[in-house]
Design a protein around this ligand. Sequence first.
Ligand code: ZN
Ligand code: ZN
Length: 222
Amino acid sequence: MSSLLDLLLPPVCALCRRAGPLLCAACLGGLPLIVAPLCATCGMPTAVEVPDCRECRGRRLGFARARAAVAYRGAGRELVHALKEGGLRALAVQAASVVALAVPRPEADALSWVPAVRWRELRRGYHPPELLGRALAARWGLPAAPLLATAPFRRSQRGLDPAARRANVRGAFRARPCGRMRVVLVDDVHTTGATLTACARALRSAGAGRVEAVTLARAVRP
Ligand SMILES: [Zn+2]
Ligand SMILES: [Zn+2]
């Protein structure tokens, strides 16, 4: 449906609404790309390259490391919202290009994504992390594998503080058996890392040898 609308409506930039490509050169150039130096573990931008940082030190993260393409602010935040709320499937392909530009392809056997909270997916009719994941899998030449599902009765993370988020997502995901596969786990935004950790733990419990999280955007310290 939305891809049909994409064809019928005059093409405009998803961010600035000017006529032209779905993501115009000016908006693309204005994205707050995340660049080194980074925390080697969680991908937070840091003053110098560090093995871990204030955010992730001492935390039991489920993933071996996390990387993101853009900071979750300004045009980076707008891009995520356009992808989430805009119903623009083609934008996921553009977003995947941005990720491939900023994040080196991980050494992996398969790519999966954070699954939808069922009621929200039903309401929206499409799931941006899956669209982004599939586009990125194609780009990176990795098999796209829907390895994860949500357990029933998971409530929304919206409005919860970090501790409540971690409690809410604990045990919220189930994974299919993954052998000893190295899995790239994709989501749209890395905020506290609670959802990524819960998904990565489910994958590890299902046998995955290594999980690397890759997101379009990441919350960064101001
Ligand atoms: Zn634009
Ligand atoms: Zn860190």
